[in-house]
Design a protein around this ligand. Structure first.
Ligand SMILES: Cc1cc2nc3c(=O)[nH]c(=O)nc-3n(C[C@H](O)[C@H](O)[C@H](O)COP(=O)(O)OP(=O)(O)OC[C@H]3O[C@@H](n4cnc5c(N)ncnc54)[C@H](O)[C@@H]3O)c2cc1C
Length: 420
């Protein structure tokens, strides 16, 4: 058995899944986490495992959506000044990537990476990682009938990549008869039956438990502040508390902390932070299927007993965790439009906003695709980052393929499109 020492920086879902598959391949693995595992973006997201909705964010038409958003207080995309000035070159590259050819190439790459996603999640689960599944199936609902019809056509067309396909489109009263949790305002709906939602915190904590039981060393409150290099290799990481860890291979999977780690190595990747809102809410309407509020781009997941988890907003206002009350209101108002009787409120309506709302910092490249690669110029440093809106979904597949890459030192073909 290969007992190579691998250090993984970052105890989010991406780092933990990579550690899982590295251990499975026989490596000795140490995970270094600056805070507690799962306390980054991986603990505060919608939790959808959704190969069917895995398309790059720079899509044809997405620039006009973003520009219109500048004028709306409750818009799904927020471009904040003064950060906007710094962001302009990145946004221009993002805009260039919205052309149909690049978009299709991105879909093909993600579909190829995702082709074993359900199988790999099942493998992780059957190994004893007992994460909670909140709902089976994702119901895409639209207030605008034409928008729903268009989205259904586009999603059906993606079956050429092996994605979906969605079940048949239901219009007007038909949609509400079939799915009584939907409001009178919903004009079109269709279901992806295989996609599901996990409770994100239970995934990271049960992965942590399982990894520890398998001999992976998970060290919390371990912030990496230095990386030593030796020629074309790196050989040691240094922590804020003065301790050090040596390794044969190093994986940077530190979410929004990845760009600063690259800087330590004298490298730069154009990764932006796109804040998202994770909101716990409750409703009197009983339902068991996640709802994608299609026109408003909000995810609504039933968590049992009338509980809801909501995820939404793509906010470019820098690397911070500030909560905007206006945007929280915007997300709640959006979901009320889709749920019967509009009966949705914060889980702690009388408490502090932080009791019901957390900020997740997604990391995003202008291509919309993650970086799954070796760091150029360093033979033993790898990077798995910028999973954007899809980190939960892609975590098993990217973890599996990165473990293969690190173990064999040969880049698997599936990872070729995800270059540094
Ligand atoms: C509102 C919202 C909804 C979302 N919904 C979905 C969804 O439904 N489905 C989906 O697939 N994806 C979704 N996402 C995206 C998904 O959450 C992310 O892509 C994913 O969590 C990224 O995981 P990660 O492990 O790369 O980063 P993180 O979870 O942020 O983990 C990185 C870890 O690295 C640690 N770290 C950073 N720097 C250092 C350092 N120097 N030393 C040691 N440790 C360090 C951090 O403390 C952190 O714990 C959503 C995101 C948001 C915000």
């Amino acid at each position: 058995m290969d007992e190579r020492e691998v250090v993984v920086i970052g105890g989010g879902v991406v780092g933990l899944m990579s550690a899982f598959f590295l251990r499975q391949r026989g490596s000795q693995v140490t995970v270094l986490e600056a805070g507690k595992i799962g306390d980054g973006c991986s603990g505060y997201n919608a939790g959808w495992i959704t190969p069917s909705l895995s398309t790059p964010l720079p899509a044809p038409g997405s620039v006009s959506v973003a520009l219109r958003s500048l004028l709306k207080p409750a818009a799904p995309v927020v471009l904040g000044s003064p950060h906007l000035v710094r962001l302009v070159p990145w946004l221009l590259r993002f805009a260039a990537n919205t052309n149909p050819r690049t978009f299709r190439a991105g879909i093909a790459a993600l579909a190829q990476l995702n082709r074993r996603t359900f199988e790999l999640f099942e493998e992780v689960r059957s190994s004893g990682v007992s994460y909670r599944v909140d709902s089976q199936g994702i119901l895409c609902a639209f207030l605008d009938r034409q928008l729903g019809e268009g989205a259904h056509r586009s999603s059906t067309a993606l079956s050429e990549f092996g994605m979906g396909p969605p079940r048949g489109l239901l219009l007007g009263p038909e949609a509400r008869e079939r799915y009584p949790q939907l409001s009178e305002r919903v004009q079109a709906a269709y279901l992806f039956p295989k996609d599901f939602a996990v409770d994100p915190r239970s995934l990271t904590s049960s992965l942590g438990e399982r990894l520890r039981a398998r001999g992976v060393s998970i060290i919390e409150d371990a912030r990496v502040t230095g990386i030593s290099r030796r020629g074309g290799d790196a050989d040691e990481v240094h922590l804020a508390d003065g301790s050090s860890y040596r390794f044969d291979s190093l994986l940077l999977a530190a979410g929004s902390g990845t760009a600063p780690l690259l800087k330590l190595l004298g490298k730069r990747a154009r990764i932006e932070v796109a804040k998202g809102y994770y909101i716990t809410a409750r409703t009197g309407v009983d339902f068991s299927t996640s709802v994608s509020c299609g026109d408003r781009k909000v995810a609504c997941i039933p968590t049992g007993g009338g509980g809801l988890r909501l995820g939404g907003i793509v906010e470019f206002t820098g690397d911070n965790s500030r909560i905007s009350r206006r945007r929280v209101r915007g997300v709640l108002d959006a979901v009320r439009e889709y749920v019967r009787d509009g009966d949705v409120e914060l889980s702690h309506p009388e408490g502090a906003l932080e009791d019901s709302v957390h900020i997740g910092k997604r990391t995003l490249r202008d291509s919309g695709l993650p970086i799954l690669d070796r760091v150029p110029g360093l033979s033993n440093v790898y990077i798995s980052s910028a999973h954007a809106m899809l980190g939960m979904t892609l975590s098993a597949a990217s973890g599996y393929e990165m473990a293969r890459f690190i173990d064999t030192r040969r880049k698997p073909e599936t990872l070729i499109p995800f270059t540094f």
